[in-house]
Write a protein that binds this ligand. Structure first.
Ligand SMILES: [Cu+2]
Length: 366
């Protein structure tokens, strides 16, 4: 797909519509369709392929150690001595041609060379899902927290992950953002068809988004992209709707023991005693082992990032403040240790995490 120009085509679609599809409500539905477009192209080569997701929050405490950055996968940091081009992994030496011919670059942002600052944890994502009651509030927080933090801390100012359509990892990252969005949608009956907020149009004015709003470039109704199980999408995720049994979850068990006041504020569904019918994002023992220490502060994106991306700076910085407050207040690390748990090895995530394509694909979009 690199050789036949598919990645360049997709990069052009993403880049030329950039200001309409980020920092505005169509962000979630547009990228949902964009990665579906990618998946459809992939399936036209081999119909057994589906797009995997990268459960990035699970790697929150030391992202540079994530399996995806190993040399048998997407490779690690770019080399500062060689223009930040990738030197290992299957993308090393790869050339892309849009908007000009060059290598693919990364510039990790972390406290030491070749490290990445911690980003948002699975506990944060779970709280975000439980506390967001309207679409655009949820979209803003997800976009300007985990989503942007990943782009920025991998791409940096010298790499190109910030506008990262050339990276196949982009699609795994966005499949994960889409999965978190789908989890939010399934977490409350009112969320499934919800879409709201003020959207910038190509005519330059803002309009209130509705189901009838047509997405830039694709010209598909926003309302037709809300239900992933229906045409034209027809997919789900292995931890949302699948035959997989819900795992008994030690992290969930511990969170439910939080003081009532904190539960009510940050995990209202646990406070209400609701049983969860899908697996939480912290369905991995790694989250549990991190609970006994203070959660590391997630990367606060610098003002310069929002300026360079052309985003609304004060809105972006507001989200940063809300996110940091959540961490300070949740005091999750003060919980007593539970006995009897053994730490298990972290499972490699790429082969584990799969989107499930439910049935034959709907009519092609092209
Ligand atoms: Cu994007």
């Amino acid at each position: 797909m690199y050789d036949d120009g598919t990645f360049d085509q997709l990069a052009e679609i993403h880049s030329s519509n950039f200001r309409f599809i980020h920092d505005y409500p169509q962000f979630l539905v547009w990228h949902r369709l964009f990665i579906h477009d990618f998946e459809t192209r992939m399936m036209s080569i081999d119909s057994d392929l589906t797009l995997p997701y990268w459960d990035a929050a699970n790697d929150f405490d030391a992202p540079h150690e994530a399996e995806v950055f190993s040399s048998h996968a997407f490779g690690g940091n770019g080399s500062p001595d060689d223009n930040y081009c990738l030197t290992d992994g299957f993308m090393a030496g790869l050339k892309v041609n849009y908007p000009w011919t060059r290598c693919v670059k990364r510039d990790f942002q972390g406290p030491h060379p070749d490290t990445i600052h911690s980003w948002h944890s699975p506990v944060f994502i779970t709280s975000l899902i439980q506390t967001s009651s309207n679409y655009d509030e949820f979209r803003q927080t997800l976009e300007h927290s985990l989503h942007n933090a990943i782009h920025f801390s991998i791409g940096g100012f010298n790499g190109d992950f910030s506008r990262s359509h050339h990276h196949s990892l982009f699609f795994l990252h966005h499949a994960n953002i889409d999965r978190i969005y789908a989890k939010w949608q399934f977490s409350h009956p009112h969320h499934l068809d919800a879409i709201d907020g003020r959207q910038l149009t190509t005519s330059g004015y803002e309009t209130y988004i509705t189901h009838d709003y047509r997405l830039v470039h694709y010209n598909v109704r926003a309302g037709d992209l809300l239900r992933t199980l229906e045409e034209p999408l027809c997919y789900s995720y292995d931890d949302i709707i699948s035959d997989k049994p819900k795992l008994s979850n030690a992290v969930e068990h511990r969170l439910r023991l939080l003081p009532k006041k904190l539960l009510k504020k940050y995990f209202p569904k646990f406070f209400a005693g609701e049983e969860s019918d899908m697996n939480h994002d912290f369905s991995d023992m790694r989250s549990l082992s991190t609970l006994s220490q203070p959660l590391p502060a997630p990367l606060a994106l610098p003002k310069e990032f929002f300026e360079r991306m052309g985003f609304n700076v004060s809105r972006g910085l507001d989200v940063q403040k809300r996110v940091l407050k959540l961490r300070e207040n949740s005091k999750i690390h003060n919980l007593p240790q539970l006995r009897g748990l053994i730490k298990i090895k972290v499972l490699a995530s790429i082969n584990e995490n799969q989107r499930i394509t439910r049935e034959a694909k709907g009519p092609s979009l092209h």
